[in-house]
Design a binder for this molecule. Structure first.
Ligand SMILES: [Zn+2]
Length: 101
């Protein structure tokens, strides 16, 4: 895995897409709601460093609501609401990308 995408769907769910080489039929759809990606940031790890990555700590600034986890009667934890983010604009995205020497 040398290239992958950080994605937001139009609703504002965050996910990562590792099938950027289209080996298994390119699928950038959100695993939470099946909508197409509305925002994609490509991360290149071929040099050993995640070039272009936007750290989750930076994306936290765009969070609208946190994920909600509930314990069921069997004592297991379930995510009942996925965290929501405001999708960054292209202008906001560029300075967030991290590069390594
Ligand atoms: Zn979604």
């Amino acid at each position: 895995m040398f290239l992958y995408e950080q994605c937001f769907c139009a609703v504002g769910h965050y996910y990562e897409n590792f099938d950027v080489h289209k080996e298994y039929g390119y699928n950038d759809r959100c695993p939470h709601c099946d909508r197409k990606a509305a925002w994609v940031n490509l991360v290149d790890e071929t040099s050993g460093y995640p070039q272009g990555i936007i750290p989750i700590s930076e994306l936290e600034n765009y969070k609208i609501s946190s994920q909600v986890i509930q314990k069921c009667n069997l004592g297991q934890l379930h995510v009942i609401q996925v965290a929501l983010y405001r999708v960054p604009s292209q202008q906001e995205t560029i300075p967030l990308r991290q590069y390594y020497p």
